[in-house]
Ligand binder design. Structure first.
Ligand code: NAD
Length: 296
């Protein structure tokens, strides 16, 4: 339903570069690549795709490109960058990879012109780009890729500049561990084999939402999530510390130690501080609008 809703919108956008400027999307037939093909097309660029079978025509496809945007599976990103022929001096080389440090380094090694690393913090199924976050990791000659950032802002997105290493380490928690624990919880449910319809029947909107946040992971591409989780440098250390937390909590259960549970609960509450009240208010608003629009 989400996919249809964005495709049925006929939004057109202002183009920052002059008429006939060419954008090449490497991996443009993929989930995210197709979405960017659509956005650049709606913005009246000349958009060409270089997907896996198009390499024999690479020279022609890339000729006079103003932007080459890499959006191939994470594990192929570096080899695809290395494989590129020499690009025009003024061409921007950018990527949409969920990891930033190593792709940015490969792009800087490959191309002596403008380079920028981007990470759209959303999947291809968003209805539009309004308020969606793009992490921007500066590469080289920011004044020469400024037009691309302006174009993304015209689409309504919010840019957050970050250092590539800091980005990768934040993503270990925002994405890798979040998806990993969701994966584990999904496995747990699938082994417990409860009747999902029964669970849903007894769930008010907040519980439906929580179940939906787990279940939605498994409607997506396992390759992407495997690459995000296994590509996180500290995944093993973080997951091991997570297991320790689970073991410690199980000990509380074994010892029927409600007091320690409550103490520990308070400590976590203190750590979240004022944010936990903000989160309570935000989630209340979210649920209200979901209910008003009859989503939940
Ligand atoms: P995808 O598998 O749907 O698409 C990848 C595309 O790359 C396919 O069209 C494939 O044919 C093409 N490809 C494979 N090998 C190639 C080659 N050698 N040369 C040219 N093209 C080749 O993957 P996706 O989900 O669109 O992800 C692509 C990138 O976007 C990844 O780096 C991912 O981290 C990033 N990303 C994805 C999402 C998401 O939710 N899908 C969100 C943010 C960032």
């Amino acid at each position: 339903i989400m996919r249809e809703s964005y495709q049925s919108q006929h939004d057109a956008y202002r183009r920052v570069l002059p008429e006939s400027s060419k954008v090449v999307i490497v991996g443009g037939k993929g989930a995210l690549g197709a979405r960017f093909f659509d956005m650049f097309t709606r913005s009246n660029y000349v958009v060409e795709i270089l997907d896996k079978h198009d390499w024999p025509q690479a020279q022609t496809i890339l000729k006079d490109a103003k932007l080459v945007l890499i959006t191939v599976p994470i594990k192929l990103t570096e080899q695809v960058i290395v494989q590129l022929p020499e690009l025009p001096n003024d061409c921007v080389l950018a990527d949409l990879t969920s990891l930033k440090q190593s792709p940015l380094k490969s792009m800087l090694d490959k191309h002596s012109g403008p380079v920028v690393g981007l990470h759209p913090m959303f999947g291809p199924d968003v209805p539009n780009f309004v308020k969606q976050v793009f992490v921007v990791c500066e590469g080289r000659f920011p004044e020469q890729y400024d037009w691309l950032l302006q174009q993304i802002k015209i689409w309504g997105a919010v840019l957050q500049v970050d250092d590539a290493a800091e980005h990768d380490s934040s993503m270990e928690l925002i994405q890798a561990m979040r998806h990993f624990t969701t994966f584990v919880y999904g496995r747990f449910l699938s082994n417990e084999k409860p009747d999902l319809d029964q669970l849903l029947r007894l769930s008010s909107p907040i519980y439906r939402l929580e179940l939906a946040m787990t279940g939605r992971l498994f409607a997506q591409d396992p390759n992407l999530y495997a690459d995000i989780i296994f590509g996180a440098k500290n995944a093993l250390e973080l997951a091991t510390r997570f297991r320790q937390e689970l073991d410690d909590a199980i000990t509380l259960l074994q010892q029927n130690d409600k007091e320690s549970f409550k103490q520990s609960f308070e400590l976590v509450a203190q750590w979240f501080g004022g944010k936990s009240n903000e989160f309570l208010a935000d989630s209340r608003t979210l649920l209200k609008s979901a209910q008003d629009s009859r989503i939940l």
